[in-house]
Design a protein around this ligand. Structure first.
Ligand SMILES: [Ca+2]
Length: 309
């Protein structure tokens, strides 16, 4: 390289070092912006702190004293944050957006059942499939818990499904042959509302039991508690209630329990009961179902127990 050219290049490098706006080498891409110089953590807007994922505090640069004031319209919590990514078979996510990535690049056993429940602080949610090795004989389904619309199959990449429901069940139904994994995402959509789920447990063991409320006492007003049963070893679980103590009325219109059984691409209600009535047992012949409990504004009892195997 000619000497003059080298001097020129060195000068350019010196200029860049001297006037760089990023002397720490920190890229601004993932920096959480702050409003009025207040440190902002990578927190989610979870009204109940339901998404338990721990996050580190994102480093701020430049220091607050050097941060120029941001436009007032910015929400300090909604700036760049890492999205929750669930990778287990089943789970509960309480956040405005998340991805569910199950065995992507790997295989899933035949007849597998997984249920995720997602809840966003909004009146609707949008779902899309990002990557999929699922076959035609498999299915990934979204079911609004509010039951305002039927279950829909999320089967095509790029497809968007919007459901008018604060909380949604996502059900994986694998056919009678092993298959490959997938990745899907959901986003809050619509107007802001308070979340509706007051209790949730996803039962994945081969057998088990549940008492609600979990710590005894009486249940609360306006409960919506949901308990999917989807054993991770495929089977046909039978559910039996062993104790019932709900407000009683002839139509079960106030406080009630419903049992839903997966059958032909949707959840079908197989029982609705209240008071002290112990219902007959129900078998989930296709390997998955759920219990839904709801209470109204007055008269509260001690709840219920059930077991399944
Ligand atoms: Ca009641």
């Amino acid at each position: 390289m000619p000497q003059t050219r080298k001097i020129h290049n060195d000068f350019i490098i010196l200029l860049r070092k001297t006037f760089s706006h990023d002397p720490m080498g920190v890229t601004t891409k993932n920096v959480v912006k702050s409003l009025k110089g207040v440190a902002t953590k990578n927190v989610l807007h979870d009204s109940k702190g339901g998404a338990h994922e721990k996050r580190s505090v994102t480093t701020l640069w430049p220091p607050h004293s050097l941060t120029r004031e941001e436009p007032r319209t910015l929400n300090p919590c909604l700036e760049v944050r890492r999205k929750i990514n669930v990778t287990t078979c089943g789970g509960f996510v309480n956040a405005s957006s998340a991805s569910i990535e199950f065995q992507l690049g790997g295989s899933i056993r035949a007849d597998m059942r997984c249920v995720w429940i997602v809840q966003a602080p909004s009146s609707a949610q949008r779902f899309s499939l990002v990557a999929s090795g699922l076959k035609e004989t498999d299915g990934l389904y979204v079911t609004p818990l509010a039951r305002a619309a039927p279950t829909q199959k999320l089967g095509t990449l790029g497809q968007n499904i919007i459901l008018q429901s604060k909380s949604v069940l996502i059900t994986l139904i694998v056919g009678h042959a092993p298959t490959l994994g997938f990745k899907m995402e959901y986003y809050a959509s619509g107007s802001n509302v308070n979340p509706d789920i007051t209790g949730v447990e996803i039962l994945t063991t081969a057998k088990g039991n549940l008492t609600y409320p979990r710590n005894g006492g009486i249940y609360r007003p306006y409960e919506t508690a949901v308990f999917p049963i989807a054993p991770s070893v495929p089977g046909q679980p039978t559910i039996r209630f062993t104790r019932m103590d709900l407000e009683s009325d002839s139509l079960c219109a106030y406080d009630w329990i419903r049992i839903y059984n997966w059958f032909e691409d949707d959840y079908r209600q197989v029982a609705r009961f209240c008071g002290n009535t112990i219902p007959t047992s129900a078998t989930f012949q296709d390997g998955v179902g759920f219990v839904l409990f709801s209470s109204d504004s007055s008269v509260f009892k001690t709840g219920f127990d059930f077991q399944y195997e």
